[in-house]
Write a protein that binds this ligand. Structure first.
Ligand SMILES: *Cc1c(COP(=O)(O)O)cnc(C)c1O
Length: 368
């Protein structure tokens, strides 16, 4: 009998701990680790992951948006939380929840100072991001004088860290570009430190950065995201990490189909032979990309691959189980290792990050 009785996402905390320790083993003993738990902990559960990593004494968390940080504070997470992409409308609640904003241009820097002063803050911790080539968020190198000038006019905020983000840390062919980003960040940060008169923490590396550039750029802290969850943009590194997430379901119903019958919406699948199909309670609203329909994707039942037939519905898929000796109620694995997830991502023309974060919130999260 299957343990699984509905669609679930299993989270393996031992694997998470293994990956966290693996990442730490790549670093000097005094380098801090920030765990990125944005987007519900890469589609898992930010609350479960953050509560667990807090016990392992992770140094920092990062989320993308303010409300993600607020949900962590609401369950009692005490570790500092960097908000990578805050919006001005949330600055008051950022302060109320002791979240630490990334201030990435003059507009948000000025707005945050105004809110911090209005709320009578002294040395409220903030982070300054420099753009060194990703061209996404961040001040430019020649903004240092402007930032330092602003900071010297107020005692309401204090710079906890200076950081930057690599554009192609996973791509060895872009090594020269990446090294130029590292050099540029160091130069800008040194100028900043000299002018401000104190030394905030520096950090630049994401998972692939840690794996490829730890010797050059680990600085005071690194920001690990996907690696904690078992993936590394590279087969060889991924093989050294443990799988954290398993998406599982069950067979709701079996149908015996006759030749010329169709299956699913738009009659997208037509049977040419007698066949056996299984209906699974997971659809595109749960994270099964519609691109995986019509034979592209598959699930695994009793160790055998069952291709998805017809179109992926919002709440269900139908799979071909003609050759599988399965019955209603049997367990169905969508993915429970990195290879399968990467394979499905490729078939959906995307990457692990997108398939993981697509697992919707209506799928029950269970700690393994
Ligand atoms: C998402 C993100 C990370 C984590 O990247 P991974 O490749 O998942 O390790 C680190 N830093 C910033 C700024 C990010 O947006």
């Amino acid at each position: 009998m299957s343990q699984v009785q509905e669609t679930i996402l299993e989270i393996d905390l031992k694997a998470l701990q293994y990956n966290f320790e693996y990442i730490r083993s790549k670093l000097d003993s005094d380098t801090k680790v920030l765990a990125v738990v944005k987007a519900f902990g890469y589609g898992g559960s930010a609350v479960i992951v953050a509560n667990f990593l807090e016990q392992l004494q992770v140094n920092y968390f990062a989320v993308a948006y303010a409300h993600e940080g607020i949900s962590l504070r609401n369950v009692g997470v005490k570790t500092p939380i960097l908000v990578l992409h805050p919006q001005i409308v949330n600055f008051e609640s950022i302060i109320d929840h002791h979240l630490e904003p990334n201030l990435y241009n003059a507009r948000v820097l000025n707005a945050f100072i105004a809110v911090a002063e209005a709320k009578k803050q002294e040395n409220y911790p903030i982070h300054i991001k420099f753009n060194t080539g990703l061209n996404r968020l961040g001040f430019w190198e020649d903004d240092v004088n402007h930032i330092v000038g602003k900071l010297k006019e107020t005692s309401s905020i204090h710079v906890r860290s200076l950081f930057s983000h690599l554009a192609a840390s996973e791509d060895i062919n872009e090594r020269e570009f990446t090294e130029a980003q590292i050099t540029s960040f160091l130069k800008t940060a040194s100028e900043f430190v000299e002018k401000i008169g104190y030394r905030p923490m520096l950090h630049q590396l994401n998972t692939s950065g840690i794996l490829n550039y730890a010797d050059k750029a680990q600085f005071d802290m690194v920001r690990a995201g996907i690696g904690l969850y078992g993936f590394a943009n590279d087969q060889q590194f991924t093989a050294q990490l443990k799988n954290v997430f398993a998406l599982k379901s069950i067979i709701s119903q079996i149908h015996m189909i006759e030749p010329n019958e169709s299956v699913g919406y738009n009659r997208a699948f037509k049977a040419d032979n007698y066949m056996k199909t299984a209906t699974i309670p997971i659809g595109h609203a749960d994270g099964i990309h519609r691109a995986l329909g019509n034979g592209k994707g598959y699930v695994t039942i009793l160790g055998l691959k069952a291709p998805i037939i017809g179109n992926v519905c919002m709440d269900m898929i139908m799979v071909n189980v003609t050759e599988i000796n399965c019955k209603e109620g049997d367990e169905v694995i969508i993915f429970d290792d990195q290879q399968t997830l990467n394979d499905l991502a490729e078939k959906a023309h995307t990457i692990s990050y997108e398939l993981l974060t697509a697992v919707s919130q209506r799928v029950k999260r269970i700690v393994k």
